[in-house]
Design a protein around this ligand. Structure first.
Ligand SMILES: Cc1cc2nc3c(=O)[nH]c(=O)nc-3n(C[C@H](O)[C@H](O)[C@H](O)COP(=O)(O)OP(=O)(O)OC[C@H]3O[C@@H](n4cnc5c(N)ncnc54)[C@H](O)[C@@H]3O)c2cc1C
Length: 424
């Protein structure tokens, strides 16, 4: 049993402290419940800026926030760094890597991970962008490939190190393609003048007919135009069929030589055992009702990316984005308090606040509920929204400073290749 003081208050255990878990935990302050936060990391992370860390534009610690600092002034809050393994709902207990934890209410908010659609070779060779560890690994591989390109034995090997294949052209794929190609245009010629005749070539592979499939076709066209101006080779209606450590094979019959494959094409829910069999849906998401209550479990809730809830407007579930996670958490905090007061619960209804993606300096597409725009104004809106969403004055200041510096100088400061002990 994990050591957590028992009090006469009912205990809410929040498993996962991403957008959903963090919002819920903050809103539960002074709720009359004891709050226990479980996360496998000791920090909260901000995935919308992962691509900037991956492309050496930001240091990782400017988008990570220590959980203990966030909850310093919260009374009757307990944080345990542990990995959730399973639930025993008959005993109101959760099994974690640190031991068993009792709960009165359990909230599952542990998000999603990469889905490689069953391809073992993709899982082995492609790099995902779902955690900061994956993102740092990606950044290091990119920087290492640049170094290796200079010591390649022949042109074929050099091209393999300089080709990058990004699979999936949703917002994450488009943003990482934009950031890497911007670096290729403005920074690499200065850092690697010897490579002047052979630059990095980025391929963006998408099975659907257009990039940014979640946005309007006008925004897709604009984003594709921005990317192509930067030299990205956009390949729509194309599937990646297989890969090894030196190449990717496409449905067009083409084989691209590469030692860096970036995977942004699919996600699936992080899995735990122990829920009723029909609580699990396609893609590993957990089925919830309009109160985020897990099917067949009265005191277990699921929020954010891991949950699948249908509404008239979203018959296949909500998009797996931060706003859904935040809005669900806000309502659940209210509903859990309503439970204590024996009041009826409120149903969730998603308010879509809009979608945006950026390709590079002065280049972004923004779709708000009543207005769509693109270009420099969209880029400033994108920056403002992301800056305001960052937790902590220090981190906001660091990111602002970094962006301002980059805007003026076209340079970025974090091209340091750091590898674990034993790796070259
Ligand atoms: C690269 C990238 C870019 C994105 N860009 C955007 C964007 O621009 N706008 C947008 O709206 N959305 C974006 N998203 C999606 C957005 O990040 C997610 O929708 C959101 O993070 C979901 O919140 P969540 O709380 O459900 O899960 P997460 O934020 O993923 O949080 C899950 C938490 O659970 C923890 N955890 C996981 N497994 C376990 C376990 N077994 N035990 C204990 N703890 C566990 C993790 O450490 C993490 O803290 C992006 C996602 C990615 C990956």
């Amino acid at each position: 049993m994990v050591n957590i003081p028992s009090t006469d208050k009912k205990r809410v255990v929040i498993a996962g402290c991403g957008f959903a878990g963090l919002t819920l935990a903050r809103k539960m302050k002074k709720s009359g419940y004891q709050v226990v936060i479980i996360d496998k990391h000791n920090y909260h992370q901000f995935p919308p800026l992962f691509y900037q860390v991956a492309s050496a534009g930001l240091e990782a610690d400017s988008i990570l926030f220590p959980l203990r600092k966030i909850f310093q002034n919260y009374k009757d809050y307990y944080i345990r760094k542990a990995e959730v393994k399973s639930v025993d709902s008959s005993k109101n207990q959760m099994n974690t890597s640190a031991g068993i934890i009792d709960y009165d209410f359990l909230v599952l908010a542990f998000g999603a991970t990469n889905s490689f659609f069953g391809s073992k070779e993709m899982e082995e060779h492609a790099r995902g962008m779902k955690t900061i560890a994956e993102v740092l690994d990606l950044r290091n591989s990119f920087l290492l490939n640049l170094e290796n390109s200079l010591t390649s034995k022949n042109e074929e090997e050099r091209n393999m190190h300089l080709n990058i294949v990004i699979i999936g052209a949703g917002p994450s794929g488009v943003e990482i393609a934009g950031a890497l190609s911007e670096m290729n245009k403005y920074i690499l010629p200065k850092d690697y003048p010897e490579l002047k005749d052979s630059r990095v070539q980025i391929y963006l592979v998408e099975a659907a007919g257009r990039v940014l499939n979640v946005m309007s076709s006008k925004s897709s066209e604009k984003a594709q135009g921005f990317l192509e101006d930067y030299g990205v080779k956009v390949m729509t209606n194309t599937k990646a069929l297989g890969c090894d450590e030196k190449s990717v094979t496409l449905s067009t019959g083409e084989k691209i030589s590469t030692s860096l494959i970036i995977w942004t094409a699919g996600i699936k829910g992080n899995h735990i055992d122990g829920l009723a069999p029909d609580s699990y849906a396609r893609n590993g998401r957990i089925v919830v009702d309009r109160f985020n209550q897990v099917k067949d479990h009265e005191n277990i809730f699921a929020l954010g990316d891991i949950a699948i809830m249908t509404e008239e407007k979203y018959p296949n579930g909500h998009p797996q984005v931060a706003q859904v996670a935040i809005q669900q958490a806000e309502l659940l905090s209210e509903n859990i308090k309503r439970k204590l007061a024996n009041k009826p619960l409120k149903e969730f209804k998603y308010r879509d606040l809009g979608t945006m993606a950026t390709v590079g300096k002065n280049l972004a597409v923004v779709e708000l509920p009543y207005i769509h725009f693109h270009g420099i104004f969209a880029w400033f809106v994108w920056m403002f929204v992301h800056l305001m969403s960052i937790i902590g004055v220090r981190n906001r200041f660091l990111i602002f400073l970094n962006w301002a510096w980059k805007y003026i100088t076209y340079d970025q400061s974090t091209r340091i290749l750091l590898r674990p002990k034993g790796c070259a």
